[in-house]
Design a protein around this ligand. Sequence first.
Ligand SMILES: Cc1cc2nc3c(=O)[nH]c(=O)nc-3n(C[C@H](O)[C@H](O)[C@H](O)COP(=O)(O)O)c2cc1C
Length: 388
Amino acid sequence: MRILKHILMIALIFLMAFSTMTVAFAAVEDTGFSDVSADAWYTDAVMYCTENSLMSGTDETAFSPNESMTRAMLATVLYRMDDSPSVTGTDHFTDTEEDAWYSDGVLWASQNGIISGYNNDTFGTEDAVTREQIAAILWRYAGSPETDVKADFSDEEQISSWAKQAVDWAQSSGYMSGTTGNRFNPVGNATRAEVAAVIMRYQVGQNVSPSEPEMDVNTDTEQNVLVAYFSCTGNTEGVANRISSILDADLYEIIPQIPYTDEDLNYGDDSSRTSLEMNDPSARPAISGNIENMDEYDVVFIGYPIWWGEAPRIINTFLESYDFSGKTIIPFCTSGSSGIGSSAQEIQNSTENAVWMDGHRFGAGATESDVRSWIDGLEVDFVTLAND
Ligand SMILES: Cc1cc2nc3c(=O)[nH]c(=O)nc-3n(C[C@H](O)[C@H](O)[C@H](O)COP(=O)(O)O)c2cc1C
């Protein structure tokens, strides 16, 4: 057999007490960041943090919502929340530089016992901040308040003892919520979007008026997740079904206008339909039907079988049929043995301004636990709590 040539893929719904807030809200149409769409779940938080000079973009046009937040960044955000008081002295950390953009924030955070650094005299300047660290740091910033309410996350025992009280407080105050399966995921890294959301919830919860009064806070910030997939022999469909049921996400099957027959799928035949399509990068097999409410989705999983080491051309057709700007796309695939390889990079060219995450390849017999552990490891806050 000519073997496979390339064998080579928040729920916190913000139930904010608007009636008690002094904040005025209006719709945001252009966020000013190419990677933050007007309707992403984190848009309000990004706008809040940037308009109040608590956070800024990673360059002139990008906010990098899915990048990790470092400890130096978090120290700086909290320092700004405290109106950047003047500081004197130098910090004792061995991994900080003098006169760096974070110097004042780090010094202030350590002098005020908000972030004390690690035992070995390092601050962990570039270390990604974990979810339990955020809870503990924000809790200390808030003055280490007592709380009687105990959080009941399913991975409670994995939360470090020094962070438990802070997590109880952060959860009961509505600043942080669980991820899939009511997990807190304490050592998971927090993204810049997640931190922006926590900061906004905290600030607005404290009734701190933003300096810019015109703000948009969408009351429906539940992340809408779509699982779109193409599957001819059911393997990818099986994984798509599992993702959809784990995340309670909508499911959409990409159905070709002309179905693929067994002969079409014969990769041993150089003139079969799939061989011809995969040999022609410009082939765009037509899709039957379309998704009318694509605008409503924040996160789109896109699943496909590996064909000759690539994604089938119909995936390009699908991606070129909608505007994915600002949406997070998470590819996954199934295959006989090939990895996801460069298949996901190749289909990225069919979207503009989407935020692509690394993809994952599953075998034909992927189990529920295989799929669940992949989803749990994704650095996406699939906030799905109901707002009641
Ligand atoms: C035309 C064609 C090409 C394929 N190419 C590869 C390949 O390059 N590497 C591989 O591991 N599997 C390859 N496969 C196997 C499929 O990726 C695998 O069976 C997949 O799970 C099928 O998914 P589905 O059931 O959702 O259609 C190919 C299958 C077909 C039909």
